[in-house]
Write a protein that binds this ligand. Sequence first.
Ligand code: GLN
Length: 471
Amino acid sequence: MSAVVDTLRLTAEEALALVERGDVSPAELHAAYLDAIGERDAELHAYLRTVEYDGATSIPIALKDVISTKGLETTAGSRILEGYVPVFDATVTSRCRQAGLSVLGKTNTDEFAMGSSTENSAYGPSRNPWDPARVPGGSGGGTAAAVSAGLAPWGLGSDTGGSVKQPSALCGNVGLRPTYGTVSRYGIVAFASSLDQVGPVAKTVRDVALLYRIVSGRDPADSTTVELSEPVELPTSERLDGLRVGVPRQAVALEAIEPGVRAAFHSSLALLGELGAELDECDLPLSFDYGMPCYYLIAPAEASSNLARYDGVRYGRRSDGATYRETVERTRDDGFGDEPKRRIMLGTYALSAGYYDAYYGQAQKVRTLLVREHAAAFERFDVLATPTSPTVAFPLGDKAADPLAMYACDLLTIPSCLAGLPGLSVPCGFSEGLPVGLQLVGPQFGENALFRAGHAVERALELDLVPERLR
Ligand code: GLN
């Protein structure tokens, strides 16, 4: 353990205070995290690579390896990007640097962020700090494992269908998928552009809100971004009087939800009531029936288009052939793992002539219905509550051979992603000694209400979120 500071329980806010008071220097803090990584990451494999302190003036941060870092290899967990060193920073990386944050390293991810366990990483899986025989979730399992094991005070992930929220739930962290358009994707390795969002992961809701404040806002380099209509508020209130919470009947009815997760979820609903919130059931009949199939047409379709840029000529690794065509074929054959290949094939099929209207076109129409269904719910409610993940962290290998079982991990996170809405996962209890996450979904730009609700739950529960075996 570092002599300077114990990183295990340190929140980002506490770390910031230590640096501000001059109790610890940014260099010492960075070094303390590298020491912790040296001690614990051989087992967890949260990081793909780490970097030395670079002279920054504030605390460190971990970045998922889909986020471009100038001069530092960025692979998106894929062999095809092995050795690719970006010549520019992603906008979120620059914003972190402008805020004085030092990049600790790049965290593991399922290849091109496709997966729910990090088992699809070409560089080997990450492990869950609560039980290393289990997955940390995915695709952003590296960031989640790092935050949970005290290997970073906070980190950034990307969320297309649940990759910030689900690993946060499985590792006992707080994670935010922000409203589509509030955080720039410039310099993020693209998966499905109409869904991809960057989001913070941390130990507390206030830390998540602080990091969201740093990275959000309009960026001329990403035309989908807007300025926030109201400033990010750091939550303080411990009461939720008057907050209207909707509980989607069709989500709660899903058989895939494990009994232990269900029990923790129901106690957190009771708690919301005790804190002053007004709860009522609501109906989102299409979202939980058609969200998954709709996502698995739209996301692969966009992925097949985005991944067409990897041809061995411009980025990363190349497998040479006699002709240009042969080179591209060999590069893709060697460079892409099974999951990206599966998605490229699904997506190419869904977009092909004669099938486009029946698959991609139809999915886009369904998506519009999901947007409307959510908008109608937010006429009555401020926040919708469901579990984040139907299960707690599962053993490595459990779902790896069954793509549909893996896809089902995101049943509860996908609908609001398709609707472009923000979602916060907050720890709400334990099942079999493993953390359970409560998902709070808000209307567009409703992050402040999510922070307020999440913070009150966190304060009321006061869970010890340091994995038992590390205490
Ligand atoms: N698990 C989902 C998928 O495989 C979501 C991934 C993500 O959000 N990047 O597509």
